[in-house]
Design a protein around this ligand. Structure first.
Ligand SMILES: NC(=O)c1ccc[n+]([C@@H]2O[C@H](COP(=O)([O-])OP(=O)(O)OC[C@H]3O[C@@H](n4cnc5c(N)ncnc54)[C@H](OP(=O)(O)O)[C@@H]3O)[C@@H](O)[C@H]2O)c1
Length: 342
């Protein structure tokens, strides 16, 4: 799944923008490892109808970034660009300040502090232009770096548990892969909604997952999860290695968002498709309402984004190289301005 050999990463020099119409961005013109990423001066994105132009203060990294960077799985190139990437700039998650508001947008104005997600234009840049419907305002008390960690991972966790999993107060959920970006939000969101949580992670993350509120933790390197016999109202697999038999045995219904291989995913979905068992697989999409729900949970202290590492903008290739190992504890964040406070 992840290429083992890595070329040495180039060091980047941040060059001042050459005009007010240009900006610095992490760009990619071919598929490959982090060595294809270049910090360059390019044109600022165009503000279209329904968009916000946002001055980016912070980003976070997601597996989607390296899938898009590498063009993997290869079938995804039908969406990312067949021979070379369609989108010049990498990145999805951001938090920043609205610079300009496109025609038809209501509820936002220049100067608003916002966070959100883009799969269209790329977010690892000084500016990004994003549909307003994939953004929400940030409460004043919260910081850009915290909120940049929320969009993909937080929204995926919320939609997996509540929108698709229909998890209710008093029910139990098993979360396979409970220490990563999606998993650590899922544990906290499930607890905030009053569920009983069993987290599955490596033994090195046992204390971390317990500290997030999990009632029970199973270390997959000490106990074979494929033989675990507990039964839960819901099984959420953020890692993507559970088999159809695992779902049947451990959960009354299942939600799958993780990806280990195309073969495993197709086998599991085919088995579910020929049964009456409810196994949902979906691609999460940020919307203002879900982002606001997550911001409220952060404000109440019920969800705390855990930031394992922080990089500067020029170190984004190193950040992506780090998360490719898929062993992130919580999130990896990047700051465009080191001295940014809020
Ligand atoms: N469908 C969607 O819309 C959607 C959205 C977001 C993400 N995703 C996918 O969801 C997956 C997780 O994303 P993420 O952002 O949470 O990634 P991440 O931050 O890299 O976390 C990956 C986690 O997987 C855990 N893990 C590794 N091996 C494991 C195993 N054998 N059993 C159980 N857990 C294991 C790791 O925990 P330990 O270090 O403790 O092993 C790590 O915390 C990725 O495949 C991503 O592409 C899908």
């Amino acid at each position: 799944m992840v290429a083992q050999s890595r070329k040495t990463l180039a060091t980047f020099e941040i060059i001042e923008p050459v005009s007010t119409q240009s900006m610095k961005a992490i760009t990619k013109y071919r598929y490959g490892g982090p060595e294809v990423l270049q910090l360059k001066d390019i044109e600022k994105p165009e503000l279209k109808e329904g968009d916000l132009l946002i001055r980016v203060m912070a980003n976070s990294a997601n597996p989607a970034d390296w899938h898009i960077m590498r063009g993997e799985p290869v079938l995804a190139r039908f969406a990312f660009g067949l021979l070379k990437p369609k989108v010049e700039v990498l990145g999805c998650d951001f938090a920043g300040v609205v610079d300009a508001v496109g025609d038809g947008v209501t509820g936002f104005r220049a100067g608003d502090r916002v966070f959100g997600e883009t799969l269209r234009t790329g977010a690892f840049a000084e500016f990004t232009a994003v549909p307003a419907k994939a953004c929400a305002k940030m409460p004043d008390e919260l910081e850009f770096i915290q909120m940049a960690c929320i969009p993909i991972a937080g929204v995926t966790a919320l939609q997996a548990l509540i929108t698709h999993g229909k998890l209710e107060k008093g029910q139990s959920v098993l979360i396979n892969g409970s220490s990563g970006g999606v998993g650590h939000f899922a544990v906290q969101i499930a607890k905030a909604y009053g569920a009983k949580v069993t987290g599955v992670c490596s033994s090195r993350n046992r204390d971390f997952v317990q500290s997030l509120g999990a009632d029970e933790v199973i270390a997959y390197d000490e106990q074979n999860i494929h033989q675990y016999s507990g039964k839960h109202d819901l099984v959420l697999d953020t890692h993507g290695n559970l088999t159809f038999q695992d779902y049947l045995r451990m959960g009354r219904q299942g939600v799958s968002i993780g990806f280990t291989s195309m073969g495993h995913m197709l086998r599991t979905q085919l088995r579910a498709g020929f049964s009456k068992y409810s196994l949902t697989q979906f691609t999460a999409e940020a919307n203002t309402r879900d982002l606001e729900t997550l911001a409220a949970l952060v404000l109440e202290g019920k969800v705390i984004p855990h930031i394992e590492k922080t990089y500067t903008a020029s170190e984004i290739p190193q950040a992506i190289a780090y998360i490719e190992a898929m062993r992130t504890r919580g999130k990896v964040a990047m700051l465009w301005e080191e001295e940014v406070e809020k």
